[in-house]
Design a protein around this ligand. Structure first.
Ligand code: TYM
Length: 348
């Protein structure tokens, strides 16, 4: 069966949006708007799966939710043409997640590397929500029957799980799906969109670690709230090796910091790494970093100032989220009605 093409993706409101979130996800969200109907979600239900100290508690959460929304808009997402909202305003996400908790197998969730990383050694003390995180993520996507999901490399395994859940639901309820006139499959197999030179942006202090909002060193990442001076300072201090830049991608092997900075430059410039190396091959890092500072400030400066302007207007931000939630819910409610019929829940 052919499904209507639709894009869905989400970002957690856990503070410190950084260059990895921008290049790996939000910049892609922007680019997909011309080709698809898009739904972009601030996933606040996911944020609370972590300890309160991580997401900041009830005073911080609304600020972070508005900040991610402001970032979406400042980066160029059009909330009128597409849908921007926060997850907790559409209860159908949690409702479908429960059904998926009963479709997904424990063995599948036990394999999730992100749970292992986030739970760390103290697994007994992790929330049940953190464990079930991927089934909620599958529900986010599939409650809109979305077909394409732009994400960074770190979400690949969760996307594979979403596909497995869609397939098992379609198999388990195959007869009922047919009987209710939905053909062979009710849910599509959502396709991850993980492409380009910055699907995994690394820490500026250690090229073997992912750039992350939870890294204790603020020098390890460029935040979307950093001003030009902070951006320049962090890039100039970024870890490198003593050699000049190579002429081809092979020359970046076993040089993780060089590879990372070239990838960041390429993604910001809309070029491939090969094109960047053609321009900067043989250059010293001092020269390359100066060019990267200029490019980063030109690209991120306007986002930073627009975010500041938007965050100062929470009434506008909340109206965007409310309007988005209304439009999202109309789609999600249709899916849930069908799911209830398919599963066999008596409904009004
Ligand atoms: P989150 O909030 O951790 O990150 C948001 C997006 O940013 C990407 N990303 C990166 N990309 C490249 N380099 C990095 N260093 C980097 N760090 C983060 C992430 O891959 C992600 O695309 N589980 C998701 C949120 C979510 C979701 C969904 C995504 C919930 N439901 C449904 C897609 C579809 C997450 O934690 O993203």
């Amino acid at each position: 069966m052919a499904f209507k093409e639709r894009v869905f993706s989400g970002v957690q409101p856990t503070g410190n949006l950084h260059l990895g979130n921008y290049l790996g996800a939000i910049a892609k969200f922007v680019a997909l708007q011309d080709k698809y109907d898009c739904i972009y979600c601030v996933v606040d239900l996911h944020a609370i799966t972590q300890p309160i100290a991580v997401w900041g508690g009830p005073e911080q959460l609304p600020k972070n939710t508005r900040e991610v929304t402001a970032a979406f808009i400042a980066c160029g997402i059009d909330p009128k043409k597409h849908i921007v909202f926060n997850q907790s305003q559409v209860a159908e996400h949690a409702e479908l997640a429960w059904v998926f908790n009963c479709v997904a197998r424990l063995g599948w969730l036990n394999r999730m590397t992100q749970f292992k990383e986030k739970a760390g050694k103290d697994r007994e003390n992790a929330s049940v929500g953190l464990y079930a995180y991927p089934t909620l993520m599958a529900a986010d996507i599939l409650v809109y029957r979305a077909t394409h999901v732009p994400v960074g490399e770190d979400q690949k395994q969760h996307l594979e799980l979403s596909r497995d859940i869609a397939q098992k639901f379609n198999n388990d309820f195959g007869k009922s799906i047919q009987a209710h006139g939905y053909g062979d499959a009710f849910f599509p197999q959502p396709e991850p969109l993980i492409q380009g030179p910055a699907t995994r942006v690394m820490s500026l202090r250690d090229g073997s670690k992912k750039m992350s909002k939870s890294d204790p060193s603020d020098q390890s990442r460029i935040n979307l709230t950093d001003d030009a001076d902070a951006i320049a300072h962090k890039i100039r201090r970024a870890k490198t090796d003593p050699d000049p830049l190579p002429h081809d991608e092979k020359g970046l092997e076993r040089r993780p910091e060089a590879d990372n900075l070239v990838g960041i430059y390429a993604a910001l410039a809309g070029k491939s790494k090969v094109e960047v190396l053609t321009e900067f091959g043989s250059a010293q890092f001092s020269t390359f970093k100066a060019a990267l500072v200029d490019l980063a400030v030109v690209k991120l400066g306007p986002i930073n100032s627009e975010m500041k302007r938007l965050v100062a207007d929470p009434v506008y931000i909340d109206s965007v989220l409310a309007d988005g939630a209304t439009r999202a819910q109309a789609i999600a409610a249709d899916t849930m009605k069908a799911v209830k019929d398919i599963v066999g829940f008596v409904r009004r």
